[in-house]
Ligand binder design. Structure first.
Ligand SMILES: [Zn+2]
Length: 419
């Protein structure tokens, strides 16, 4: 493994792309410019979509000659990819889709935007990982966790596990940095030629009560787990213990500016993957520690005479982590929408332990405030209901924690996040 000092950044030599790819990239840039100027959005996704339509092989061509790291999993992709991009930034320029546009069009746009970057850190939706890996031939793939995203998609997590398993077999050149404590992840990554196991400690296991290989009940004993069929927790090379990361080179303390255990876990994966991609561990850790906000999350935003902290939670596992981050002295506004992107079926609300908010001032908000209020009543949690999150906020003093699901978060962040 080569460690390069940050004073000598690598620059990717200019490459001659085939005419078709050059035209596809140029057309994508023009579409992105047009989209930005017409106020339709950032333009990245439409640009990538145009490029992919004109040259279906554009991802492979744009990735050619770079060291590519793909980051996938149900939760934590955006944060971990940002951390990893910072870690590899100690080695040279990095192309990254840090806006969270994690479908092939967003990936193409990120690569096209930084043609001179010798490194690429790409967040990829788990269902697109096999297709993106086939084209970009990654050096490292990070698989954080696998759980159901919305209840509508509950059956899918197991087929995703099988598809990822096949993708790892297809890419023997990739080191797969994977969660040893997550049964579904381990089942998939055991197919990798070069797995690198990370133990973040036990977490959400609601979706892996039965073995993905044989259907028997998985037996858990602390962090250890095993199934009668022989599937068992692999021995980790990296493990978190009381906020310290133990790795092949010794232990390292992590002092993150981002809150919560969930981000210490993301940092562990970013540092382990950075090491696989050639980064020097202390420098990578230092770069990761410097991050204070991720795509609008965690930042304190002034709001009238008070301050809000905006947090995103998209699925039961994500809500569990996010509720554990909340400051217990602050009032909480929970904003839940039920649009297509959120999943229209909100029965997952019953899997979230809102009971943990007892003793705080709670306001149920969002377009589906009424559904949330029913859940809170069953949790025996006193609360107010105000469907408009802005009105819900305006009556509350001091710093207010706002936990929102996807479209509710997106709207609040667009309105207040960039103040
Ligand atoms: Zn089994």
């Amino acid at each position: 493994m080569v460690n390069l000092s940050p004073s000598r950044p690598i620059v990717r030599p200019a490459r001659k792309l085939p005419a078709r790819t050059r035209i596809a990239v140029a057309a994508g840039r023009a579409a992105a410019r047009f989209s930005r100027r017409s106020g339709l959005g950032g333009g990245g996704i439409i640009g990538g979509r145009v490029s992919l339509a004109l040259d279906p092989a554009v991802l492979g061509r744009l990735a050619d000659g770079r060291k590519v790291v793909l980051v996938t999993g149900t939760n934590g992709k955006t944060t971990t990819a940002l951390m990893l991009a910072k870690a590899l930034g100690t080695l040279g320029k990095v192309a990254a889709n840090s806006d969270g546009a994690n479908l092939p069009d967003g990936v193409a746009a990120a690569l096209a935007a930084r043609p001179d970057a010798p490194y690429a850190v790409l967040e990829v939706d788990e269902t697109y990982l096999p297709a993106v890996a086939r084209q970009t031939r990654p050096a490292v793939i990070v698989l954080l966790n696998l759980s159901r995203d919305q209840l509508d998609r509950v059956g899918e997590v197991r087929s995703t596990e099988r598809d990822l398993r096949a993708a790892f077999t297809e890419n023997p050149g990739a080191a797969v940095v994977a969660n040893a404590d997550d049964v579904l992840v381990a089942s998939a990554a055991l197919a990798a030629a070069h797995p690198v196991w990370v133990s973040p400690g036990p977490g959400w296991r609601g979706d892996a009560l039965s073995c993905p290989r044989c259907g028997n009940a998985v037996l858990h004993d602390g962090v250890h787990w095993s199934c009668p069929c022989g599937l068992r927790r692999p021995e980790p090379q990296w493990a978190l213990d009381n906020g310290e990361l133990h790795g092949p080179g010794g232990r390292i303390g992590l002092n993150l500016r981002l809150p919560g255990r969930v981000n210490v876990v993301n940092a562990a994966f970013a540092i382990a993957a950075g090491h696989e991609a050639g980064a020097h561990v202390p420098q990578a850790a230092h770069a990761v520690e410097s991050i204070s906000a991720v795509a609008g999350r965690y930042r304190l935003i002034p709001f009238g005479r008070s301050t809000i902290r905006l947090l995103l939670a998209k699925n039961p596992a994500g809500w569990r982590e996010t509720l554990s981050l909340l400051d217990e002295r602050r009032p909480v506004v929970i904003a839940v929408n039920g649009r297509e992107a959120d999943g229209r079926d909100l029965s997952w609300l019953w899997d979230v332990e809102f009971e943990r908010l007892r003793g705080r001032r709670v306001v149920a908000s969002g377009e589906r405030a009424a559904d949330l209020a029913v859940r809170l009543r069953y949790a025996d949690l006193p609360h107010d209901v105000e469907a408009d999150p802005v009105r819900a906020l305006s009556g509350l003093p001091g710093t207010v924690e706002v936990v929102a699901n996807y479209t509710a978060f997106r709207e609040l962040n667009a309105r207040y996040g960039d103040v």
